[in-house]
Design a protein around this ligand. Structure first.
Ligand code: AP5
Length: 183
């Protein structure tokens, strides 16, 4: 299973587990959040357009992330597998991705939904302390997740691609559970 989408609320462990699995399988870990943060730090046009949305805990406009995913998935290292972490984030992005993968003659093997209760997420994010990890922004990110991203669970359930992993365990336990569902 070399093409995976990771879905879950902020702090669920998508980035942490993506890194483990991408290293183990030698496939790229494609995180829209990381790409956007690098763009903000480098003050590129994309970064300048994205920064305000990210600081408020809102999704950046779809077209910005759609363009960067189209470019990233067309690169040679993404032809034999990838983990998408943080994309898609709403149904419009998921529909775009379905069309892009069909154009690229690729398919997604599994969508992993990381299930973690909100109070655990809050504790994890407050102890990490990234720029958008203050309490007000975390609460907005959680609301945005529930309103815009959680509908992807039924979207991918209906495509029979969804698997749910209990993310409220130690990192090693989550990694073991993940290995079972993507093996
Ligand atoms: P993004 O970077 O995707 O942030 P996020 O979804 O809020 O995800 P996080 O990185 O906070 O959580 P994670 O699930 O990766 O957890 P992690 O492994 O880091 O997006 C940031 C912003 O960019 C968005 O708000 C939006 O503005 C914009 N954006 C990005 N993609 C977009 C898109 N597609 N469309 C529009 N806008 C987009 O772990 C968190 C912490 O918990 C770490 O400290 C970690 O060490 C710890 N931890 C992890 N697992 C465990 C465990 N099992 N036990 C204990 N601690 C753990």
């Amino acid at each position: 299973m070399a093409r995976l989408i990771f879905v879950g609320p902020p702090g669920a462990g998508k980035g942490t587990q993506s890194k483990f699995l991408a290293d183990a399988h030698q496939i790229p870990h494609i995180s829209t959040g990381d790409i956007l943060r690098e763009s903000v730090a480098a003050k590129t046009s994309l970064g300048v357009q994205a920064q305000g949305y990210m600081d408020r805990g809102e999704l950046v406009p779809d077209q910005l992330v759609i363009d960067l995913i189209r470019e990233r998935l067309s690169k040679p290292d993404a032809q034999s597998g990838w983990i998408l972490d943080g994309f898609p984030r709403n149904v419009a992005q998921a529909e775009f991705l379905d069309a892009l993968l069909s154009e690229l003659h690729q398919g997604c093997d599994r969508v992993v939904n990381f299930d973690v209760p909100d109070p655990v997420l809050l504790v994890r994010l407050l102890s990490r302390g990234r720029k958008d990890d203050n309490e007000e922004t975390i609460r907005r990110r959680l609301e945005v997740y529930r309103e815009q991203t959680a509908p992807l669970i039924s979207y991918y359930e209906s495509q029979q691609k969804l698997v749910t992993v209990n993310g409220d365990q130690s990192m090693d336990e989550v990694a073991a559970a993940l290995n079972q569902v993507v093996a």
